[in-house]
Design a protein. Sequence first.
Length: 394
Amino acid sequence: MIPNLLSTTRSALVTSTKDDVVGIMAGARGDGATLLFDPSGTIRTPPGVHRVGYSPIHQARSWDGAMMATRSLVDVARRGRAERGDDHWTERASALLAPLLHAAALNGESLGQLASRVDQRRALDAHDMLKERYGDGHPSVSLLSGVLSTEERERSGIWSTTSGLLAGVRTDAAREAARAAPLDVDEFLRGPHQLHVVAPSRHQALSVPLVVGLVEHVVHSTYDRHAQGARLLLALDEVANVAPLPRLAGVVSEGGGQGVVTMACLQDLSQARARWGGAADGFVSLFATTVVLPGVADRATLELLHHLAGRHLTPSVAHQRRTWGRPGGTTTSWVERDRASVANLARGRPGYALGLATDKTMNWIELTPAHRDARFSRYLERAELSRESRSRSR
């Protein structure tokens, strides 16, 4: 993770569960700002780092932005539940939430005020404001009119589902994060700035909607500005827990041609299967290169790597002995063997990682700590000197 952040010339969005990476990067590079988004409210701001906020209301100032923000909230809430037949309710909830988000943005309401509006089931004033602004034909007015004219029992279910979509924004920490100065996406994508999203494990269940919304907002903004030179590195550590993007496969497969390069870190593919279901089986194909560190214990992951390694012919030499033990000739035969056994893949080699190239050929890669590599050590030394200087000044 650190070497990629030190060497990239792109803007970078980084996710992690701890503040160690942002602490190192705060003083390592001087060519861009280091920003922090902390949806849990538990992370200390390292010296030289600036906090930024995010709220889906920030996106919703335009109607299209409101639709995108709503889709993100719906996708996060619906993960793994589509088979239970809740598509009708989430679809209707999105028809209610998108106009309310847009109205909240136009009225300057906070995230807390929006959540209270939904809990209290108040929408008539928002409907009247949108109708006055756009007229009857605008989608925001049509959608909200349709929900409000729905039969009472069904309408009650729609309100309840909409309230559930906002479950992750009801904490004081989430509302505080939403009140912070929002990320200036245009300036950020001029780069090479770095935005670190830190979400400790105990807060992830609540922080995921805001994290996913922010990441998708930056990704889509990069797509929109790609022709003007926007480039983004997504460095997603613990991606299955911190930033489980519902459309991760699409970002990986299509993002490269629109300025977004993705580096995702998983414990093994069992994490991916739990989050993305069958789509996870294609991750090894979608990512151009893969690095496998020792210690993987998931059998399905190991068997996949075992099959990818394939088999090869190796020489087997037999030495012949004549009568009375006198040496004779030798014969060589070729035997087909596995290139790597499941056990060898699990154990790995000390000091090495297994690398899969773009053509899925495998090689052992020697691992060199960043602080021992001349390309990166000077940056890390600068970061350490910067921390010591700030410590003395305090």
